[in-house]
Design a protein around this ligand. Structure first.
Ligand SMILES: *Cc1c(COP(=O)(O)O)cnc(C)c1O
Length: 393
């Protein structure tokens, strides 16, 4: 008799859990009484702005919100998204057909392959990249084709380098700018190239814009949908998670091509029952309300970014000052791999960072720091690294 608990192949096809070793070392370090500085997880440490929490408190007491929501989201929420898109990006959306609510954007990213990918179809996935692009593909029996993101190409994929045999089977492409984990940004010209490429090769283009509001030094990322004709082939994912410190609330949305959203919606009607309406009311308050909280969030991360980039640069690390996201993508000094540096940092200094290889093979040679602790703790981290033998020689 076989083992009744052996998992399905789709689970064993996912890459091994690369953070397991880090977790083990972290538990070890905590047991030894070490003071851990956690720059590992991309989860904002600051609270949700109080006017959003207040709206949630009020809305959650309203019995009209206690029943099942609709899977596509309240029209008032979708209207708030459309208004925000118009104001922020100059992109016009029909709230009825071009906006879909999501239980966090991760949900919609993970589900989209189920709507459009048949066994053996190829999905073009950035490497390194947010692991959900690959997981969603594998769960739909699709085949991920990894597009390397390299420093030489400013961490933009070389679309013309994708082999034509791959393109024949490809149906969908994921992109993500501002980028996790490399912190790279994309220009309107690159988005236009991607839209044109998707059109020529019959691809659905899925752009993950979770970090569009987390940008610095006067730089404001554009929407891929601002490209002429993009809505014919593309959707864009967004999330309240990073912009308003709402990762725990689980609300995001997808906008753009109505046929693509309709396919995703058919998966959702069969699998989930939408977002708690009180959370949608809070999200409306976030999108329609005062945006000073977003400006304040940027100022906090900018100060942290500068503290870490200045500190690591002074120690000789290869590190750029990112224009966006709350990640620093750090070159690993000679003599180390991504994994060995992450392990050594943790066991010797108590600092948690994520090895680049946790995001794909092309992440080798890098380690990612998330700016989720305050400036004084970042300075403490830099001092610990300075006192260690882990800096470039
Ligand atoms: C954080 C993050 C998201 C947002 O996920 P939610 O499910 O909306 O919380 C999406 N994409 C990337 C690349 C992220 O890093």
């Amino acid at each position: 008799m076989g083992n009744p608990f052996s998992v399905a192949q789709r689970l064993s096809k996912l890459p091994p859990y690369l953070f397991a070793e880090i977790d083990r070392l972290k538990q070890d370090a905590i047991r030894r009484g070490m003071d851990i500085i956690n720059l590992g997880v991309g989860d904002p440490d600051l609270p949700t702005p109080s006017h959003i929490v207040a709206r949630m408190q009020e809305a959650s007491a309203d019995p009209r919100h206690h029943q099942y929501p609709s899977y596509e989201g309240m029209l008032s929420f979708r209207q708030a998204v459309a208004d925000w898109y118009s104001k922020r990006f100059g992109v016009t959306l029909d709230p009825a057909t071009e906006v879909l609510s999501l239980i966090g954007s991760k949900e919609g990213i993970g589900h989209i392959p189920l709507a459009f990918i048949d066994p053996g179809d190829v999905v073009l996935v950035p490497d390194p990249g947010y692991p959900v692009y690959q997981a969603g593909t594998v769960f739909a029996d699709g085949i991920p084709y990894f597009m390397p993101l390299t420093r030489e190409r400013s961490f933009l994929p070389d679309l013309e380098a994708i082999p034509s045999e791959v393109l024949k089977k490809a149906r969908l492409m994921f992109l993500n700018y501002p980028n996790n984990p490399t912190a790279a940004v994309a220009s309107r010209a690159f988005f236009a190239e991607a839209v044109d490429f998707a059109r020529r090769h019959g691809l659905i283009l899925c752009h993950d814009a979770a970090y569009s509001e987390m940008a610095y030094d006067g730089y404001l990322p554009e929407s891929l949908l601002a490209v002429e004709g993009a809505k014919d082939v593309a959707i864009e994912y967004h999330s309240l998670s990073k912009t308003y410190n709402m990762t725990g609330w689980r609300i995001g949305f997808a906008v753009g091509c109505r046929e693509v959203l309709s396919g995703l919606g058919r998966i959702k009607t069969n699998l989930d029952s939408g977002v708690f309406q009180a959370v949608q009311e809070a999200a409306i308050a976030a999108l329609n309300g005062p945006q000073e909280c977003v400006e304040a969030m940027r100022a906090v991360y900018k100060a942290r970014r500068d503290a870490l980039v200045d500190g690591l640069s002074a120690l000789g690390f290869a590190v750029e000052r990112p224009k966006a996201t709350f990640y620093i993508w750090i070159g690993v000094p000679e003599g180390h791999t991504s994994a060995s540096l992450a392990s050594a940092l943790l066991s010797q200094t108590g600092i948690v960072m994520t090895p680049g290889t946790g995001f794909g093979r092309s992440g080798e040679g890098y380690i990612r720091a998330a700016l989720t602790v305050d400036v004084s703790r970042i300075q403490e981290a830099v001092e610990r690294i300075a006192a260690s033998n882990l800096k470039p020689s």
